[in-house]
Design a protein around this ligand. Structure first.
Ligand code: FAD
Ligand code: DHB
Length: 390
């Protein structure tokens, strides 16, 4: 079989890219290792930058998001027990965020591809990338029925996440990796309870906490936990009591508790692989970079990578010019490093580190005091939280 672009991974990056390329008349095939149900069962991101919202609308998958998403005008930080800093992003930088879950975005993207008769190939095992530095690369895989398949193409896009095959297909001596692991994780739950109307981050001596939402009857909460903790260590009662204890009493009393319907833990890491291109292979999204979730940037970066990459491929197949493809990696990386730095900074500001000294503690409190009193600092936070321009 032959196509113009093979896309590895049917997460948000791979499926949005497929939609944008297909609608521009570029033939493509998406290969996904997991089943559709498995991908849709993963609970992940929840907060979209205004640029992401625009890109999804332009791709024709904004209708349900605009109907069901919850617009946020503020980002709120609780600290020192009862202090509450509220930064109005509309006042500061004229933009707002949208709370709309990654699972819903993924459903919308699959539905759009189904409507066009171009669904991904699910349960594609043993994906291997070949001939990456030639004009005729090819991909082999084992189909769901056990058959061995081969697809020849012009370009391969690696949208297969942090643990995928694409980045690993670039010879080690051709890539530089920058990484940082944090000494804690996040324990997250979904509960069918009404969420707080605001997005609330908390810095507390017992550790970080976050209150977010999915729908008017679906809440998403996180607490910082040791990396060694398992989900079983966090029965619902313990989770709620830790969460409420880390929030200011004025907010804690507004939280409606209830049984969790999903519970998972995630380590926190920062990671960037450069360059984002090797021959005719292009990386996008978590395949090339990871940020700790504190800044709500991972999905947003996947979408901005795909925005740049789709435009470059459309130019390449339209006018034949490869200039935009040559510029893709450096252009995407400028935005990636902006989000990597912001996510690292917000993570450092809001979490309790195991080796935190009284000096570190006072310095962290001073930064929050400064943020609370400085309009300039709040503008810098708002500008980065709603997303740097594309
Ligand atoms: P993925 O979603 O990882 O998709 C990659 C796909 O490739 C997967 O479906 C995988 O099965 C498939 N795949 C892997 N290997 C292969 C292979 N060999 N062959 C074929 N297919 C393969 N981001 C935000 O912007 N805002 C937030 O609020 C936010 N909150 C988060 C909260 C948590 C707890 C977590 C864990 C993440 C959060 N993120 C957030 C990050 C966000 O979820 C990711 O950045 C996003 O999923 C990246 O999309 P992707 O398509 O690049 O990668
Ligand atoms: C979610 C929200 C956030 O603001 C964030 O930083 C990470 C995750 C969420 O709703 O899942």
């Amino acid at each position: 079989m032959r196509t113009q672009v093979v896309i590895v991974g049917a997460g948000p990056a791979g499926t949005l890219l497929s939609l944008l390329l297909g609608d521009a008349g570029i033939d493509n095939v998406v290969l996904e290792r997991q089943s559709r149900d498995y991908v849709l069962s993963r609970v992940r991101a929840g907060v979209l930058e205004s640029g992401t919202v625009e890109i999804l609308r332009r791709a024709g998958v904004g209708e349900r998001m605009d109907r069901e998403g919850h617009v946020h005008d503020t980002v709120n930080i609780a600290w020192r027990g009862s202090e509450l800093l509220s930064v109005d992003t509309v006042d500061r930088v004229g933009k707002r965020m949208m709370a709309y879950g990654q699972t819903a975005i993924q459903e919308d993207l699959y539905a759009a591809l189904d409507d066009r008769g171009r669904p991904p190939v699910f349960e594609a095992a043993d994906v291997e990338l070949n001939g990456l530095t030639t004009d005729r690369p090819w991909v082999t895989y084992t189909g769901p029925d056990g058959s061995t398949e081969r697809i020849d193409c012009d370009h391969i896009c690696g949208c297969d996440g942090f643990h995928g095959v694409a980045r690993q297909s670039i010879p080690a001596e051709e890539r530089t990796e920058y990484g940082k692991e944090y000494p804690f994780g996040w324990l997250g739950i979904l509960s069918e309870t009404p969420p707080l109307p605001i997005l609330l981050y908390a810095n507390h001596t017992d550790g970080f906490a976050l209150c977010s939402m999915r729908t008017p009857m679906l809440s998403r909460y996180y607490v910082q936990c040791p990396l060694t903790d398992a989900v079983e260590d966090w029965p619902d009662d313990r989770f709620w009591s830790e969460l409420l204890g880390r929030l200011p009493p004025s907010q804690a009393e507004r939280i409606v508790t209830g049984p969790s319907i999903e519970k998972s833990n995630a380590p926190l890491r920062s990671f960037v692989a450069e360059p984002m291109r090797y021959g005719n292979l292009f990386l996008a999204g978590d395949a090339a970079h990871i940020v700790p979730p504190t800044g709500a940037k991972g999905l947003n970066l996947a979408v901005s990578d795909v925005h740049y990459l789709s435009q470059a491929l459309i130019e390449r197949f339209g006018s034949g010019s490869t200039t935009a493809l040559d510029d893709y990696g450096p252009l995407a990386l400028r935005r990636v490093w902006g989000a990597v730095r912001f996510s690292w900074w917000l993570t450092s500001l809001l979490h309790r580190f195991p080796d935190q000294t009284p000096f570190d503690q006072r310095a962290q409190e001073q930064e929050l005091t400064y943020l609370s009193s400085s309009p300039a600092a709040q503008t810098a936070l708002a500008e980065q939280y709603v997303g740097l321009p594309l």
